[in-house]
Design a binder for this molecule. Structure first.
Ligand SMILES: [Zn+2]
Length: 321
């Protein structure tokens, strides 16, 4: 569990079984959604808006939205729903061995499905034995959601549920540490996407509009460092503005809609750009340099821009009719 989560939600956090929080912060998820929303066709926007209204949290999402901007605000906030149920007492944590762990049945499903947020593809720099990625995971669920959204026989309840999961997971798998677990002598069970790797010397998230998330300073482990590197918080304005300043992604890469390719990219980026000096083998703590932090910000911005473009393309293909 991230140890920087504020005391204000400590009670809610205590209700969650032990295990790492693993997700881009709300900020980056909403930034992905803001990028995608710009590229949605009018027909896609209409279909998406209709489906999002079925989610039980819809009225919360549009609190404070400017008049006429409800659809975009809901779309951005919907991208955080899969994380918000981790703290919702109406939902329960399901072990990956449960018979229902990989089901896709819509909002009647009150499981948190924490294992859907990542794919622990193993890497080992020191030849420590590895185990294959556990299932279900993001790689098993993304195709199910996409198929249901494209299926004319699927009901709107299921499509709405799958849409909010899709909005979230397209973001998650573009965070390289959601695509790997590193095995080494210090982590024979894997580091769970850098959750076991301690860091120091990094600066806090550049944006933090929610005092629950930032009173204890910068993240102290590698996974959270990447999750929060672009910002933290739940306000819609800052990620919306940040999305406007992102680089345009390479059109050839933006056209890649096969999630298997995205997840493989994440693995390769983890090797080539994340687990590189000053991050060594083992659990650290490793001192983050300004150069490493700047490169990490640039990487995160490129991944968010690409995730948003790809998400829009998928939605236009499946919901643009
Ligand atoms: Zn997530």
């Amino acid at each position: 569990m991230r140890n920087w989560i504020g005391a204000g939600i400590a009670a809610a956090v205590l209700a969650v079984p032990a295990g790492p929080a693993r997700a881009w912060d709300h900020f980056a998820h909403m930034e992905v959604a803001a990028v995608a929303f710009k590229d949605l066709t009018p027909a896609t926007r209409r279909n998406v808006a209709r489906l999002l209204k079925i989610n039980p949290r819809y009225t919360n999402w549009i609190v404070g939205a400017k008049r006429g901007d409800e659809d975009r605000t809901a779309f951005m906030r919907a991208s955080t729903w899969a994380d918000s149920i981790k703290l919702d007492p109406r939902y329960t944590s399901d072990p990956p061995s449960a018979a229902t762990a990989g089901q896709n049945v819509g909002y009647a499903d009150r499981s948190r499905h924490a294992d859907w947020h990542f794919v622990d593809q193993p890497i080992s720099p020191d030849r420590t034995p590895v185990v294959p990625a556990r299932v279900p995971n993001a790689a098993t669920q993304l195709p199910l959601f996409r198929a249901a959204l494209a299926d004319p026989r699927a009901g709107d309840d299921l499509k709405s549920y799958d849409l909010v999961w899709l909005l979230h997971l397209v973001g998650d798998v573009h965070q390289p540490l959601h695509c790997v677990s590193r095995y080494d002598a210090a982590d024979r069970q894997g580091d769970r996407g850098g959750n076991a790797v301690r860091i120091m010397g990094n600066t806090p998230p550049p944006v933090c509009d929610d005092p629950r998330f930032c009173p204890f300073g910068p993240p102290t482990e590698l996974h959270a460092f990447y999750d929060d590197i672009l910002g933290a918080g739940y306000a819609v304005g800052p990620p919306q503005q940040a999305a406007e300043r992102l680089p345009r992604p390479d059109p050839k890469l933006a056209a890649v809609t096969d999630e298997k390719v995205w997840i493989q990219e994440g693995l390769e980026l983890a090797r080539s750009a994340v687990y590189v000096p000053p991050i060594g083998v083992g659990d650290g703590p490793f001192a983050i340099t300004p150069e490493y932090q700047k490169a990490a910000i640039d990487l995160a911005r490129r991944r968010v821009a690409l995730a948003g473009a790809r998400l829009a393309r998928i939605l236009n293909e499946t919901l643009g009719k």
